[in-house]
Design a protein around this ligand. Structure first.
Ligand SMILES: [Zn+2]
Length: 285
């Protein structure tokens, strides 16, 4: 084996005829014409000083670039894959910060993304409430897309969809399905309150939210309900759901944060300090 290797090396090192794009330099080594660094080097190997092939600078650079490009392509593919499972409604994929007008709301939403590590560590959820057409879903989708582009697993869905999916499941499957939502670092539930309002549906809605609560993972909810309706629910089932939501999510009126509530005051202060601090971010009217 050793003899075979030596024989192989002896043949390799004898090369002194330059290939295309190479030249023989004064030091007896072949050089690259483009970057003027050697394509051969002298090394002690198997007890003998040998001249061995090596890779010139421009070739190394090219290989590094190709590797980076391949990695970037791979990452793009992975992001596309994450987006197609995380954001199932196609039109939401186009709702991104780069297509958004720079409003107060968009500014703090960008901060939510920029401060993601802290947001996640402190489990800072948001309840985006306001009239139809104020852009709550838009803001939420911008956050979802931006985080997914950083390869943070996000699921943006709504309870109608979740309930449909759970409809055909056995109890055990349902339990696993709800637990599987915890694979997403951020869960965004769009349009709370438009789903079926049967007792069964409300039970499942509560189960999903409560699972998130127990896992201590952030939740963003958008709703057309007013903050009054959320604070003063009409029935026990809603009361149970909304009180959990208010424990986890700081109400933000899209167009202006709401300051009146008394629940989880500390967390609201934290949200304010993370999202609304500094000039221009003032959304806390
Ligand atoms: Zn070169």
């Amino acid at each position: 084996m050793k003899e075979f290797l030596e024989g192989f090396l002896d043949r390799l090192e004898t090369k002194t005829e330059p290939n295309d794009g190479e030249y023989l330099s004064d030091d007896g080594l072949l050089y690259c014409e483009k970057c003027h660094t050697p394509v051969q080097c002298r090394k002690m190997f198997l007890g003998k000083m040998r001249t061995l092939p090596c890779i010139c600078k421009c070739k190394q650079e090219e290989m590094r670039r190709e590797k980076e490009e391949a990695e970037a392509r791979e990452q793009m593919i992975q992001i596309q894959r994450m987006k197609s499972t995380g954001i199932q409604e196609r039109h939401l994929l186009d709702w991104r910060f780069d297509t958004a007008q720079e409003t107060d709301t968009i500014r703090w939403a960008k901060k939510y993304v920029a401060e993601w590590r802290k947001v996640k560590a402190e489990n800072l959820g948001l309840l985006l409430w306001g009239d139809v057409g104020t852009g709550k879903s838009f803001v939420a989708a911008c956050i979802a897309n931006a985080l997914l582009e950083q390869m943070v697993p996000v699921l943006m869905t709504n309870f109608s969809k979740i309930l449909n999916q759970m409809g055909a499941m056995y109890t055990e499957e349902r339990y696993q399905y709800i637990a599987s939502l915890n694979h997403y670092s951020l869960l965004i539930i769009d349009d709370l309150g438009i789903e079926r309002s049967t007792e069964y549906a409300k039970e499942q809605v509560y189960a999903v939210i409560d699972e998130r609560y127990k896992a201590n993972l952030p939740l963003i909810i958008t709703t057309n309900l007013t903050i009054n309706e959320i604070r003063n629910p009409e029935n026990v089932a809603d009361a149970r759901i909304y009180s959990r939501v208010l424990e986890m999510c700081t109400p933000v009126h899209v167009g202006g944060a709401d300051r009146r509530q008394a629940v989880s005051r500390d967390k609201q202060e934290l949200v304010k300090s993370v999202l609304f601090s500094g000039k221009g971010g003032g959304n806390e009217r």
